[in-house]
Design a protein around this ligand. Structure first.
Ligand SMILES: [Zn+2]
Length: 98
């Protein structure tokens, strides 16, 4: 049985995913599931650096006004420009640094 982090790495080498999509694909449950995935992503980003790979981040975007957040491993709760909570999650993908 692969560890959760190993499964996330495998998924992100195939395609880009948001934290909520990863939660669904891994069949995780409960309120803390998405935060758990975000913690895993932070650890994964450190592990990958040692393997010559990189975790690419497509930043979160406000779906109301289009504001683009900083490319970070977190899901913002609210747009600083228009205060909307309708936020498109960041997306993550793994690539060789090349
Ligand atoms: Zn906004």
């Amino acid at each position: 049985m692969m560890s959760r982090r190993a499964r996330i790495i495998n998924l992100l080498e195939e395609r880009d995913l948001s934290p909520s999509e990863i939660v669904l694909l891994l069949g995780l449950r409960g309120r803390g599931a998405r935060n758990l995935v975000l913690e895993d992503l932070r650890a994964i980003s450190r592990i990958l650096r040692r393997e010559g790979k990189v975790l690419l981040i497509k930043p979160a975007v406000c779906r109301k006004c289009g504001f683009t957040f900083r490319p970070e491993i977190k899901v913002p709760g609210r747009c600083p420009r228009c205060r909307s909570e309708w936020i498109e999650e960041p997306r993550f993908r793994i690539e060789d640094r090349g």
